[in-house]
Design a protein. Structure first.
Ligand code: ATP
Ligand code: MG
Length: 248
């Protein structure tokens, strides 16, 4: 088994005159938290969308766990172990936290939803639910209707639902956006706990969070990778300082 879980080569995607991905290359090692940073409009979300399969590249290749996936539909990528937290699952507002997680467990196991009213009683759910709740620190909110969760807790639940499929790689596009300081801390803790268990590609603007959580960082500018390295390397990289962090 290779140490590389993802290899992106020369990924290119244009919108008219805008090159949102410009011969983008990206390598992600198994088990790392890899941050993807860059100014607004640099092409981070476009890159994530091409990895998940929500949009197709004009050209280039994406090899995930040894398989070329760049033309594969999203559900097949998901089956290979590629999860995107805010797309595969979305929360059912009128159901409780545990019901949401139970549905995700059943869906990922390939069962159908005909018996969803009894889903909490199925042996599979009974086996997996406690760990699923605990993983995202929502044990105490198990019976809470999702609608009344805080914004931060909703995002934890979404991540928890994506994790029930036991993905090999989790794509997170700005998981802390729109959260208060408390929510940001909780999400950072969650990502910290997942480190080592699962590989994460994290798009995030909060540089304190990125520097605290990432093993390695790739920097995009105008759709192109301008630097890739450890936190220390990126902090001191002259091109990065000029293009993104500001010279001071
Ligand atoms: N569907 C689209 N049609 C036209 N242009 C698009 C489309 N999606 C993205 N773009 C353009 O592609 C470029 C990259 O956008 P993208 O959303 O990937 O950037 P980003 O790095 O995620 O930015 P942000 O930090 O603001 O989220 C931008 O110039 C954007 O305007
Ligand atoms: Mg974006």
């Amino acid at each position: 088994m290779s140490d590389r879980i993802l290899e992106v080569r020369d990924l290119t995607k244009s919108y008219g005159a805008i090159m949102a991905s410009r011969r983008l290359c990206l390598d992600i090692d198994r088990g790392e938290v890899h941050a993807l940073i860059g100014p607004n409009g640099a092409g981070k979300t476009t890159a994530i969308n091409q990895l998940s399969g929500d949009i197709l590249p004009d050209s280039g290749s994406i090899v995930f766990d040894g398989v070329e996936i760049s033309r594969m539909p999203p559900h097949r990528r998901a089956r290979l172990g590629l999860a995107r937290s805010f797309q595969i699952t979305s929360i059912f507002d009128d159901l409780t936290v545990e019901e949401n997680l139970a549905l995700a467990i059943i869906a990922h196991a390939g069962h159908n939803f005909r018996f969803w009213r009894n889903c909490l009683k199925t042996p599979l759910v009974q086996r997996e639910l406690p760990a699923a709740l605990e993983r995202v620190d929502l044990d105490r909110q198990a019976g809470t209707i999702a609608r009344s969760l805080s914004h931060g807790e909703k995002r934890q639940l979404e991540v928890g639902m994506a994790l029930t499929g036991r993905p090999k790689l989790l794509l997170l596009d700005e998981p802390m956006a729109g959260m208060g300081p408390g929510g940001t801390v909780e999400m950072a803790k969650l990502i910290g706990r997942l480190r080592g268990e699962i590989t994460i590609l994290l798009v995030e603007h909060d540089m304190d969070a990125v520097f605290a959580l990432a093993d390695r960082i790739t920097v995009l500018v105008y759709g192109e990778c301008v630097a890739c390295g450890t936190v220390a390397e990126i902090r001191h990289h002259p091109t990065v300082r000029a293009a993104y962090l500001g010279e001071d």
